[in-house]
Design a protein around this ligand. Sequence first.
Ligand SMILES: Cc1cc2nc3c(=O)[nH]c(=O)nc-3n(C[C@H](O)[C@H](O)[C@H](O)COP(=O)(O)OP(=O)(O)OC[C@H]3O[C@@H](n4cnc5c(N)ncnc54)[C@H](O)[C@@H]3O)c2cc1C
Length: 355
Amino acid sequence: MERNVADQVSAVVIGAGQAGLAAGFHLRRAGVDFVILDAQTEPGGAWTRGWDSLRLFSPARHSSLPGRPMPPFRADDGYPTAGHVVDYLADYEKRYDLPIIRPARVREVRPDGERLRVVSDAGEWSARFVLSATGTWWRPFIPAVPGTFGGRQSHTAGYRGPAEFAGARVVVVGGGNSGAQIAADLAASAEVLWATRRAPRYLPDHIDGRALFDVATRRKQALDKGEADDAGVAGLGDIVAVPPVRQARDRGLLVARPMFARLDDTGPVWADGTREAVDAIIWCTGFRPALSHLTPLRLRTENGHIATVGTRAVDEPRLHLLGYGDWTGPASATLIGVGPTARAAAREVADSLGS
Ligand SMILES: Cc1cc2nc3c(=O)[nH]c(=O)nc-3n(C[C@H](O)[C@H](O)[C@H](O)COP(=O)(O)OP(=O)(O)OC[C@H]3O[C@@H](n4cnc5c(N)ncnc54)[C@H](O)[C@@H]3O)c2cc1C
């Protein structure tokens, strides 16, 4: 779709992953006219990029967006695959007939008098409010490590499955969920060396996404009341023991070593001089919020986060940020957690518009 004249809408949502869809659901309910612009050609957001064995942290019944429960994954309500989530999100946007335009990558959002101008590959929109819900998957983070490795390097974001590493010696870097899940995934077919900055911290086996949401919510409430910070989910551990991780751990396949100090041509070198020759390194070292489209707004950032009150940007009250992590709402980067923050943002937008 090619358009030159900016359409006027009350709100533009950028991104049609789980956060953008939750925003759409609540904006519709609040009577706000809006459009959702999504860079992808297909529904599903980051879940379209997951690897074959990727599993949700919790059963379907605890992984739903507002309004419509996720159908059970299997008769036993097992932990859903990424494909199951994509099907659910595709069905969700169809069921609520959300006004999504794709592909429409937003290049920039800039001030335009009383309004914000949203410039995308599919044309321009002029909006009273922008809700940015672009996720983090699109900005993989790899820490700086001295030295140069001559073998193959990739990141969680590019991992598809164990087949391409069959028979190889592989270093998996990172003690979070993706590091543990990918190390477990590779353990049967590759020789895995797992390097983590600190010893892996598994959450108790009974804890799933539902419990994580409750913990994150309690932490937010405590902080709002000025009580001490118990570190929330981070205080409990780093790795949700989803079944494949639990099985690999219990079979003794997930043995971590400390993080190496540098790289040489053949592989990692530890501080004591120990070195390992490997074929590949997979960096499971996280993501950063995908916010480059907001650069023209010149907002204050700290650690890559924009200062917010709730979801609203402190320095640009016409901008809301959704789904990027706890800094945009408790557990807001999860299916179960994004609903309440999306509702609050839609409410604020509607109140400002007088809808
Ligand atoms: C190993 C692992 C396990 C996880 N397990 C769970 C789990 O069990 N439960 C759970 O709830 N979450 C889980 N997550 C988190 C979840 O995958 C993400 O947090 C979630 O996909 C974020 O949703 P989102 O809508 O914020 O972003 P995304 O899903 O990334 O959607 C953002 C959308 O915005 C689009 N976009 C980006 N930039 C632009 C732009 N400039 N213009 C227009 N469109 C743009 C993208 O194309 C995409 O469609 C897990 C993540 C990992 C890595």
